[in-house]
Design a protein around this ligand. Structure first.
Ligand SMILES: Nc1ncnc2c1ncn2[C@@H]1O[C@H](COP(=O)(O)OP(=O)(O)OP(=O)(O)O)[C@@H](O)[C@H]1O
Ligand SMILES: O=C(O)C1=C[C@@H](O)[C@@H](O)[C@H](O)C1
Ligand SMILES: [Mg+2]
Length: 175
């Protein structure tokens, strides 16, 4: 049994949506994804939203949707890579749930994101943009009390590792 929100943060491609969905199944609680909820509400994809309304509009929608979705506990809530950029969002996440940060080595992120067209901030020279953004966001995910490096690990192993950390922290029982 788990209580409250389990919130995933991390850079694009660290696997928040993929791992969060698998963890929610494993724990038997719902999974919501902030990017998917925004796209559904706005009636268009994230790249379309950036192109038509701009990043500032997206960030406002992201903060509002975060506040709204955090009311629906218990759940696994997976955020977008930039949701931690506003301090008010970070404060809200820390007060409303358990925050788990996923990370992965730069070259692995570049491999995972190759061919992707759904992330407007890395469109164009993807590898160069990933490197620059990683540098700009250094430390941005360090606030999360549970830190998981996903490099070279399968989704099922990552879920097992997270479960172990949640048991250690007294958030869930052993079975
Ligand atoms: N542990 C893993 N090993 C290999 N590939 C992975 C792993 N986790 C995720 N992936 C792949 O990496 C890509 C990005 O994963 P995902 O969409 O879950 O990332 P995200 O952190 O939610 O990104 P965003 O911040 O843009 O929402 C997907 O193609 C996914 O299948
Ligand atoms: O890292 C980011 O700033 C983003 C990550 C994606 O999940 C989306 O939220 C959007 O493409 C912006
Ligand atoms: Mg995602």
């Amino acid at each position: 049994m788990t209580y409250g929100n389990v919130i995933f943060v991390g850079f694009m491609g660290t696997g928040k949506t993929t791992v969060g969905s698998a963890l929610a199944k494993d724990l038997g609680i719902p999974h919501r994804d902030l990017d998917e909820a925004i796209a559904e509400r706005e009636g268009c994809s994230i790249p379309e939203l950036f192109a038509t309304k701009g990043e500032q509009y997206f960030r406002d929608a992201e903060s509002a949707m975060l506040r709204e979705l955090l009311q629906e506990k218990p759940q696994v809530l997976t955020t977008g890579g930039g949701a931690v950029l506003r301090p008010e969002n970070v404060r809200l996440m820390l007060s409303e749930g358990t925050v788990i940060a996923l990370s992965a080595a730069e070259e692995e992120l570049i491999r995972r994101l190759a061919g992707d067209t759904g992330r407007p901030l890395i469109a164009g020279d993807m590898a160069q943009r990933v490197r620059r953004l990683l540098d700009e966001r250094k430390g941005a995910y360090d606030f999360a009390p549970i830190q998981i490096d996903t490099t070279g690990k399968d989704v099922s192993d990552i879920v097992a590792e997270i479960r172990g950390r949640m048991v250690e922290s007294g958030l869930i029982g052993r079975d």
